[in-house]
Write a protein that binds this ligand. Sequence first.
Ligand SMILES: [Fe+2]
Ligand SMILES: [Fe+2]
Length: 197
Amino acid sequence: MSEQVGGKGSPDPRLVALFNYYRDAELRGANLLFRLMSHLEDADSQVKLSKHFQEETYHAWLWTKRIADMGGTPAKVADGYQTRIGLRVIPRNLMDILALTVVVEERSLQRYREHAARPEVDSETRKVLESVSRDEKWHISWIRGRLEQMAEETEDGVAKMNEALDRYREIDRQVYAELLEKEREVFGDVLALHATA
Ligand SMILES: [Fe+2]
Ligand SMILES: [Fe+2]
């Protein structure tokens, strides 16, 4: 039941759906990065954002390719992680957007690592999970660094930054709990055994 079939022609529809959620999160993450490019205009941020943006779109491609290789179909996702976050959050300023990006990237890394640790993961999927996880690590670190720099340059910035991070982490926890619940309904005990959040 928990076996992941990697060969073409017999995709597990639950896995195709899950990978479409990952694909959707990467595409929407790329969209957030693209918007940041018009706000962070210093040269260093532009260089890092360009690379970061390129990697998020590449992650979306890796999930698209994984879906296609399994014999599945890329599909629109109407109620994914980012959409659910967007229904609860209206970032008011640049510091808010950066704090939200940190929280979203942290969740992404945590989720991919948790998935990679499951014993039933097939080797092709594991390769994708490991590849995207490597990139997510530096995404978190440079965005967090840029956020901290902005906080130091802003009046009461550190307090505002911490308040924003706390606020978004709470929203992230609610959204991720909803998604885990949905996954448990679809996958049954397979996921309940491995879920960490
Ligand atoms: Fe990503
Ligand atoms: Fe990322």
